[in-house]
Design a protein around this ligand. Structure first.
Ligand code: MG
Length: 161
């Protein structure tokens, strides 16, 4: 059985006048993620984990920030495109595990919604997707909620093995 692990990480600054999105779910916050797309750091980390596991490049290659097409792009749509390429290469997603680092807003109240949103986009079971929110204990820019960091790890299995 051919299985592969993938790791993704992303970070976005938090600024006023933007939505705070994680996994396609909007969190109540007076600040949101700056970015060329909608800024959903969690989805971007997931995309990099999936592409990395499949050996298909990374998010910057697939969706160059220099391209106008991706301006304010819906990251859930980017995820579906990227995962479509992973599936076309013969890979199935076994599970996805994620960490979001940010002191405010708290992720926990939104966790089930975020898991459902990602599971739906990836067409896998709710129990195969997990998301944990972690604070940075007030330390550094993440602790001051000036940014949000997301990490994702995934396991893929090749259908021909
Ligand atoms: Mg990003």
């Amino acid at each position: 059985m051919m299985i592969r692990v993938g790791l993704g990480r992303d970070l976005h600054r938090l600024v006023q006048g933007r939505r705070f999105l994680l996994g396609g779910v909007q969190l109540a916050s007076d600040r949101g993620e700056a970015g060329h797309s909608d800024g959903d750091a969690l989805i971007h980390a997931v995309i990099d984990a999936l592409l990395g596991a499949a050996g298909l490049g990374d998010i910057g290659e697939l969706f160059p920030p220099s391209e106008k097409a991706w301006k304010d792009a819906d990251s859930l749509e980017l995820l579906k495109i990227a995962f479509g390429q992973v599936q076309e290469a013969g890979w199935e997603l076994i599970n996805l595990d994620c960490v979001v680092v940010c002191d405010t807003p708290k992720v926990l109240p939104y966790r089930e919604l975020i898991r459902r949103s990602l599971a739906q986009a990836l067409n896998i079971g709710f129990d195969a997707v997990f998301v944990k929110g972690k604070t940075n204990e007030g330390l550094g820019p993440l602790g001051e909620s000036l940014g949000v960091e997301a990490l994702a790890v995934c396991l893929l299995k090749h259908k021909d093995s």
